[in-house]
Design a protein around this ligand. Structure first.
Ligand code: UGA
Length: 432
């Protein structure tokens, strides 16, 4: 099939490259000239494992420009532009409506317009109305994405389901045909059910992570190992074992934004969501717990140096949006600590995300041991594999102090204690 992808950020570019790998001819268009120039040279402007190789391997079926018109007549336009969080949780839809207007102005015939951008309930219906009003015989389909950063390519080829919301079954089936060869059930719903499912999924995941983080805090207080609890809990098939890892609180561009958007939409509909409204505050509390552990272990933070391993909101990405590290570094600097930070992918982006006053307290190190050198304590915020490979004895000689607060449970508590550390994971039942 011939496809135009409008907006080649992390979702659009992964979609474009994976569709090309499935044999489709794909044109990616974006208003960001710098991004287009990078892609024309085969460079991916962000870190996503496997994506550069995929682009290189299917170059002949891929083109990029700032133009919507690819030089062939596509059967399908995929809208993948960003819908960032606006005021009060309401998504900002300027880029989405600009994309719709470009399609309405420049496209003829009866193309399918598939919406992958995360949008409020009722948006696809409004896009359909706009196309009809402008005399474009387009058929609009909702096709939300469930790709995770860091594993987006894998998730594209191994989805749990393909969700398609359509008023016109033929248009929905055309979108389903794009994914021929991929083993996943196709779920056909109304536009509105598909739009709401996207937000519901991320809101549920945020709630689930928050539940497990609160459970971890209780485990710490009661001297119980949360990993024993979550293992047994996850074996109950009604609960399931995924997304039960306690950490420094969820982050990223999606969970916080989509939860806020769902709460906003409920407010518009006059529905009070007590459970979901409590989640962002509980998530923020989890950031503070990490700092409280350091404060307890060091008896205050003024004048102390803290090594921080990991800045990205999770491993496998260079994304710092809503990363726990941002709030935690701000708290550490506010308490008078200095920070020596290391992240294998995200470090160079930090300057775009922190206040200059906080940045003054932070220096970047070229590796984990360099960050640890001369520090009074180590704080682990991202679960990069390379942290697991660091030998406790080497770390012991680099770190000035003996305190390790491991917010991702990446290190082995027994080996750490044997090497002479005061080790405190998240929910492992240790008290400082
Ligand atoms: C999330 C969803 O998982 C995707 O399905 C969705 O497509 C995407 O948002 C989106 O809407 O675009 P992503 O933001 O890439 O994907 O990250 P997740 O893997 O969901 O992790 C989110 C946060 O939760 C991270 O900070 C991660 O460290 C944290 N997390 C995750 C935990 O603390 N514990 C867990 O068990 C799992």
């Amino acid at each position: 099939m011939d496809v135009v992808v409008v907006g080649v950020g992390y979702v659009g570019l992964t979609t474009a490259a994976c569709l090309a790998a499935l044999g489709h001819r794909v044109h990616g268009c974006d208003t960001d000239a710098e991004k287009v120039a990078a892609l024309q040279q085969g460079r991916v402007p962000f870190h996503e494992p496997g994506l550069t190789d995929l682009l290189a391997g299917h170059r002949s079926r891929l083109s990029f420009s700032s133009e919507l018109n690819p030089g062939f007549a596509p059967a399908l336009y995929y809208i993948c532009v960003g819908t960032p969080q606006g005021s009060g949780g309401q998504p900002e839809l300027t880029a989405l409506w600009q994309a719709v207007e470009r399609i309405v102005d420049q496209v003829e015939g009866q193309p399918v317009v598939a919406v992958k951008s995360t949008v409020p309930v009722g948006t696809c219906r409004r896009i359909q109305e706009r196309c009809s009003q402008a005399g474009l015989g387009a058929r609009v389909v909702s096709n939300p994405e469930f790709l995770r950063e860091g594993t987006a390519v894998r998730d594209f080829f191994h989805p749990d389901r393909t969700l398609i919301g359509a008023a016109d079954r033929g248009a929905g089936e055309l979108v389903a045909q794009l994914f021929h060869g991929i083993q996943a059930s196709v779920v056909m719903t109304s536009w509105e059910a598909a739009e709401l499912t996207k937000w519901a999924t991320n809101a549920f995941l945020a709630t689930r992570i928050t539940f497990v983080n609160e459970l971890a805090a209780l485990c710490d207080a009661l001297g119980v190992d949360v990993l024993e609890v979550t293992h047994a809990l996850g074996l109950d098939h009604r609960v399931g074992r995924h997304f039960l890892q306690p950490g420094p609180g969820y982050g990223g561009s999606c969970l916080p934004k989509d939860l806020a958007a769902l709460i906003w939409q409920a407010g518009e509909a006059g529905v009070q969501l007590d459970l979901l409204t409590a989640v962002p505050g509980a998530n923020a509390r989890q950031r503070s717990r990490a700092v409280e552990k350091l404060k307890a272990g060091l008896q205050g933070l003024g004048g102390e140096t803290v090594a921080v391993w990991g800045l990205a909101f999770k491993a496998g990405t260079d994304d710092l949006r809503a990363a726990p590290a941002l709030e935690i570094l701000t708290m550490l600097a506010g308490a008078g600590a200095r920070v020596q930070a290391y992240d294998p992918q995200a470090a160079s982006r930090l300057k775009h995300y922190l206040d200059p006053a906080v940045l003054q307290a932070v220096s970047l190190a070229p590796g984990p041991l360099e960050a640890a050198a001369g520090s009074d304590a180590l704080l682990i915020l991202t679960e990069w594999d390379e942290f697991r490979a660091v030998e406790p004895a080497q770390l012991r000689s680099a770190l000035r102090g003996d305190l390790v607060v491991d917010c991702r449970n990446v290190l082995d508590p027994e080996r750490m204690r044997a090497a002479g550390f005061r080790y405190c994971g998240v929910g492992r039942g240790e008290r400082l």
